[in-house]
Structures are given as structure tokens and as C-alpha cells.
Design a protein around this ligand. Structure first.
Ligand code: HEC
Ligand code: HEC
Length: 390
């Protein structure tokens, strides 16, 4: 950039503005007066993944995270200015203390309206073979997804419909906020917000949110296998892991006679995310409407951090948000009874036309739950890189 100094003044302003590493042009005055002098601009926080080497799945397919863009993404994620009446931020429905999901069943959007489905926990979202987003995988990528809530009529309301302003009003609004002029200049070399910049910044921030400091990770690191048994686990936790990993042996009537329960067939370790090609799991009703029918939900957030450190669920579970206790999850999979019209349930959960009966004993249920508890980390809930800058 030094050569700018020797250019004509007109060229100077043009060439310096085009420079993508425009940080030397930004004095961070507005950032510091809004977020405090320790806001991480020089140097920015390190948002690079620290995932251990046994974690292989990555839907970013090698695309790196830019620390400055992720820093801007953090501000956008927590900023209620992204909703048209300044009442809702991404973080309203994706809360750090709930593994970036929502503690209420279905989320409250603008003017008290409810979302159509339960909010999804965003922790470890990157570590999946599946790059499509939402329970029904209707968004083709994270980059495509992140601006959809902003334009959703109920969620943040820059929909351009029914009297709501459109995306251009949001861009004008952000351009009028001095700290965004500095943040966009710093991260993109251009002080004007655009939909593409917002998407890139939110994508980098959201995909940096990860959790790999669980008891399970300690077990894998010590033993060198992802399948256990682990010396740091109790007998019950190791048994729960075995049940999780091992497919069930069924007799001709679909009754389990041996083996495990085979959760890993869909929620595969060590990421515990769901890949493509999996069908619905028999939770086939519309959230909030048991008489409505919905078999399109084929994705789940990672089962890492589904429970919190006290062993209770971080969020209501499944797309309907009506599974409040982990025991009700186990009860569901013990004997999945689909709606008669549900023709697309995953074949692993039924045997031909018959219902599969796992006939889990009380101790098997307890052991499975104690294993799932080993998937909970701790830094996720407190790391300042993912916390509110406001
Ligand atoms: C009013 C609540 C609400 C707000 C605000 C909100 N979300 Fe969500 N989010 C949800 C719900 C509900 C879902 C699941 C919707 C579905 O599948 O139909 C979801 C799903 C997602 C997913 C998909 C996760 C996956 O594993 O497929 C991502 C990513 C996401 N939200 C990011 C964001 C970002 C970024 C923002 C801010 C720009 C945001 N959300 C704002 C409620 C909200
Ligand atoms: C055939 C594939 C399949 C198998 C096997 C399976 N699941 Fe699932 N699981 C899913 C799908 C699909 C969803 C999302 C369903 C929905 O919300 O409609 C899901 C959702 C969940 C959720 C909710 C996650 C959340 O964030 O709300 C939990 C918990 C869960 N499964 C645990 C288990 C356990 C424990 C087992 C073994 C007993 C298991 N699953 C076996 C496919 C499967």
C-alpha cells in the first residue's frame, strides 16, 4: 500500500479504496467507542478451526475462515439492527448458553409470531458431509442460508412483503451506522454493506462455532480410536457407546434379540452429524399442529452438546420442539410408530411394514443417555470469540 503515497491524489483514493486489506485506512474510532478499547481488531481473534485430526467431515471443503470477516460476522450475529423493528438478532434464537439453539419450543419472532419449526443448534455445523441447511435441507449452502432469516417475514422482517421493507433498506440502515462503515472497510476494503458481504461474514462466524473438548474427545485422544472402549469412561458410558454404535439384531417379527440400537447409522461419530440420503425418523408432524403432516425433515444438528453439563437438554428437540427430555427421545426410537401416511420413513427404523421393537431395558436406556452426556463440551458456552460484543 505504500506506493499509494507516490500516486496522484485522485489515483491515491481510488487505488487505496480498492485494496482489500484496507485496515490501515481505518482508525477504529467508532468500533472502539461502541465496543470498548479491547474489541479485537488489531490483531483480530483467531477463528481458525482447532478440530482434532480425527474429525474428517467438513462441509466448507477446505475454504478457510477469514478472522476479520468472522469478527464482523460476530457483530452482525448479535445486532438487533438486523431486524426491521430492532427487536431480534440471530442470537435471540441461537443462544450461546444453549449451544446456539433456542431454549423455547419454536422461536418467537417479530411481534410474537412463532417460527414454523424449532430453532437448530449451530455448534459444529461445519463438521458434516451435508452442506445443505435447515431440518428439511431446503437451503443449498450456509452462505445461501444466512441471509434468509433476515428476509423472513416472521424472523427478522426485511422481507419486502406485506408492508415490510426489503433487503436494500437493511443495507442503507447498516451504511448509516458508523461502526459498520469501519467494520466493512476493515474486513472487505469497502465501507458499504452488501448482501454478499453480510453472507460471507455470517458464514465465517457461524462456521467457526465448534466444540471438541468433551469427555468423548479425551477418550478418543487417549485411546486412538473413535469406537471405544475408553479408559476415562465409566462402565455405563462405555456400554452406552457400544449400544449407540452397534446395529440391532432383529428377528423376523422386528423384535430386537441382540446387538445395540444403531444410532450411529445416521448420527455418525466422531462428528455425530447427519449426512445426506437419510430419510425422516418418524417424527412426522407439523410443529405445533399434531394433525398436520410433515415428512420432509431429514437433517439434525450434531448430537454433540444436545445435553448441557448438568445432563438436561440444551433445547427442546426435533423439528417439532416437543421432545423436552432425553428419555422421550429414547422412547421414540425404542419403537418408532409412524403415521400411516408416512411412506418415506428411513428403512433402518422399520422392518418392512413392521414396527421395530428395540425393547430397551431401563439400564440400557440409562447407559445410552450417560454416553450422550459425554459428548458435551465446555468452551462452547463461554468462549468470548462467540459471545456478544454489545
Ligand atoms: C426468530 C428466530 C430465528 C432467528 C432470528 C434466526 N434463526 Fe436461524 N433458525 C431458526 C429456526 C426456527 C431454524 C430451523 C428452520 C427450519 O428448518 O425450517 C433455524 C435454522 C438455522 C440454520 C440451519 C442450521 C442447520 O444445521 O441446518 C442456520 C445456519 C441459522 N439458522 C443461522 C441463523 C443466522 C445466521 C441468523 C441471523 C441472520 C438466524 N439464524 C436468525 C430460528 C431463527
Ligand atoms: C434412520 C436415521 C436415524 C437413526 C437410526 C437415529 N436418528 Fe436421531 N434423528 C434422525 C433425524 C432425521 C432427525 C431429525 C428429525 C426431526 O426433527 O424431524 C433426528 C433427530 C434426533 C435428535 C434431535 C436432535 C435435535 O437437535 O433436536 C436426537 C436427540 C436424536 N435424533 C437421537 C438419536 C438417538 C439417541 C438414536 C439412537 C437411539 C437415533 N437418534 C437414531 C435420524 C436418525
Amino acid at each position: 500500500m505504500k506506493w499509494c503515497l507516490f500516486s496522484f491524489s485522485l489515483l491515491l483514493s481510488v487505488s487505496c479504496n480498492l485494496g482489500s486489506q484496507g485496515s490501515s485506512d481505518v482508525d477504529f474510532h467508532e468500533i472502539r467507542s461502541n465496543f470498548g478499547s479491547d474489541f479485537p481488531v488489531e490483531p483480530p481473534f483467531d477463528y481458525q478451526s482447532k478440530a482434532p485430526s480425527y474429525v474428517q467431515l467438513d462441509n466448507r471443503i477446505g475454504a478457510g475462515i477469514d478472522d476479520k470477516k468472522a469478527t464482523l460476522g460476530r457483530v452482525l450475529f448479535y445486532d438487533k439492527n438486523l431486524s426491521f423493528n430492532n427487536s431480534i438478532a440471530c442470537a435471540s434464537c441461537h443462544q450461546q448458553n444453549a449451544a446456539f439453539g433456542d431454549t423455547s419450543s419454536r422461536s418467537i419472532g417479530l411481534d410474537g409470531g412463532l417460527t414454523g419449526r424449532q430453532s437448530m443448534r449451530l455448534a459444529n455445523l461445519r463438521f458434516s458431509s451435508e452442506g445443505k441447511m435447515f431440518w428439511d435441507e431446503r437451503a443449498i449452502s450456509l452462505n445461501d442460508q444466512v441471509t434468509q432469516p433476515i428476509q423472513d417475514h416472521i424472523e427478522m422482517g426485511f422481507s419486502g412483503l406485506q408492508g415490510q421493507p426489503g433487503m436494500n433498506s437493511l443495507l442503507t440502515k447498516l451504511d448509516s451506522i458508523p461502526y459498520y462503515n469501519e467494520l466493512f472497510s476493515w474486513a472487505f476494503g469497502n465501507k458499504s454493506a452488501s448482501e454478499a458481504f453480510i453472507a460471507e461474514a455470517l458464514t465465517d462466524f457461524v462456521s467457526s462455532i465448534e466444540s471438541f473438548d468433551s469427555k468423548y474427545d479425551q477418550g478418543v485422544q487417549t485411546s486412538g480410536t473413535i469406537n471405544g472402549p475408553f479408559s476415562n469412561f465409566t462402565v455405563e458410558e462405555n456400554h452406552g457407546l457400544e449400544l449407540f454404535l452397534t446395529p440391532a439384531q432383529l428377528n423376523s417379527s422386528g423384535i430386537r434379540t441382540g446387538g445395540g440400537i444403531g444410532c450411529a447409522g445416521c448420527h455418525s461419530p466422531p462428528e455425530f452429524s447427519i449426512g445426506a440420503g437419510i430419510h425422516n425418523n418418524g417424527v412426522d408432524h407439523v410443529a405445533g399442529d399434531p394433525s398436520g403432516f410433515d415428512t420432509t425433515n431429514t437433517k439434525s444438528p450434531s448430537l454433540r452438546d444436545v445435553l448441557n453439563s448438568s445432563g438436561t437438554p440444551n433445547t427442546p428437540m426435533m423439528h417439532t420442539g416437543d421432545f423436552l427430555e432425553f428419555t422421550t427421545i429414547i422412547e421414540h426410537y425404542n419403537e418408532v410408530i409412524p403415521d400411516v401416511n408416512n411412506t418415506t420413513m428411513d428403512p433402518r427404523l422399520a422392518k418392512g411394514p413392521s414396527v421395530v421393537k428395540m425393547e430397551l431395558t431401563t439400564s440400557e436406556r440409562e447407559d445410552l443417555e450417560s454416553f450422550v452426556m459425554t459428548l458435551t463440551g465446555s468452551a462452547l458456552y463461554s468462549d468470548v470469540r462467540w459471545s456478544s460484543p454489545f
